[in-house]
Design a protein around this ligand. Structure first.
Ligand code: UDP
Ligand code: MG
Length: 317
């Protein structure tokens, strides 16, 4: 396919159940319009039949470009692999493979891009998740916005359309620890949100374990903020101030009132335990930054491509 106008990037990990509907929806969308659209699918080391389905589809349809990673690298890196391969000359749309990000919004998003926006991101009006997860997401995004160095968009995931130059800039960023929605905010330019109802995943179960969600959340915080480090230094200063006050208080008690009884064993124990905890957490927080430096310094590639299908032809890496 020569110079498509728009590329749609879809990372897929064990999505064989959704795949047929995904293709159906994407085909319908592409057939409906005169816009020249390519779809870049990234197989993130699926263990089910997703890769085979991708193969069969892309060998028959040149509108589909497929990238097969050598193993599971995680959603954010799979996305990065897709973003690096796009050929769309005007804009790039990022969607989830489970159809939680309606691909049909492409037309509305593209209209906003044509009107001069460089980034159009989806804002989730309501989520169809459990009450606990919903609350956690709400709290997390607001907390992250407060402490972040960049203007983080509330309640938005990776669902977005980016102008081509924005994608080129994001591709050129050497960050090892990828947090795409953060990088997208970080680049700046004209950004606008688009509210939509986020449906439930069409089939199958979430491919994000709680562990992966936490690591994503950590990346959102530690990659874009020095707040945690500042926070622990402030806590240290506060602890010293409190202990100074207490010291003065005991001096006054001793010299002015003549009281020198030993008291407060429970209080002592409590303070020791509290500050041991604070110290451990502080070391952990510093560790988060150190580990990021550690992985960045290694300079390993973000992902490894096993093979590709471009214009119905298999390309081995
Ligand atoms: N995904 C991926 N690699 C992973 C985990 C997920 O490429 O290691 C893909 C997955 O196939 C889907 C998208 O990332 O297309 C979002 O994942 P999911 O819908 O499971 O996340 P949730 O919506 O539950 O947060
Ligand atoms: Mg999903």
């Amino acid at each position: 396919m020569e110079n498509p106008e728009i590329s749609v990037v879809v990372p897929l990990y064990n999505e064989e159940q959704v795949f047929p509907v995904l293709i159906e929806r994407l085909n319908k969308l592409m057939n409906e319009t005169d816009l020249c659209i390519e779809v870049v699918m990234v197989d993130d080391g699926s263990k089910d039949n997703t890769a085979q389905l991708m193969y069969a589809n892309a060998l028959n349809d040149s509108r589909y470009q497929c990238i097969f990673l050598s193993r599971n690298f995680g959603h954010q890196r799979a996305l990065s692999a897709g973003l690096a391969a796009v050929r769309g000359t005007e804009a790039v749309m990022i969607i989830d493979g489970d159809l939680q990000d309606p691909p049909e919004l492409l037309f509305d998003f593209y209209k906003l891009v044509k009107e001069g926006n460089d980034v159009v991101y989806g804002v989730r009006k309501n989520r169809k998740e459990g009450a606990f997860k919903k609350l956690a997401y709400r709290f997390y995004y607001r907390f992250q916005k407060r402490i972040s160095n960049v203007d983080v968009n509330l309640d938005s995931g990776d669902f977005a359309m980016l102008r081509r130059n924005v994608v080129d800039i994001m591709n050129s960023l050497p960050e090892e620890s990828r947090y795409i929605r953060g990088l997208r905010s970080w680049v700046g330019f004209q950004q606008t949100g688009y509210e939509y109802d986020r449906p439930e995943r069409l089939a199958g179960t979430t491919k994000y374990s709680y562990g992966m969600l936490f690591s994503l959340a950590y990346n959102g915080i530690f990659n874009f903020s020095e707040f945690p480090i500042k926070f622990i230094s402030n806590l240290g200063v506060l602890a010293i101030l409190i202990s100074l006050c207490y010291f003065i208080y005991t001096l006054i008690k001793k010299f002015m009132m003549g009281i020198t009884v030993i008291e407060g064993f429970t209080g002592l124990l409590f303070t020791i335990i509290l500050f041991s905890g604070v110290q451990l957490i502080s070391i952990g927080i510093i560790g988060e930054y150190v580990v990021r430096i550690f992985f960045q310094v290694k300079g390993r590639p973000l992902y490894i491509i096993k093979s590709k299908i471009v214009d119905k032809k298999i390309v081995k890496e």
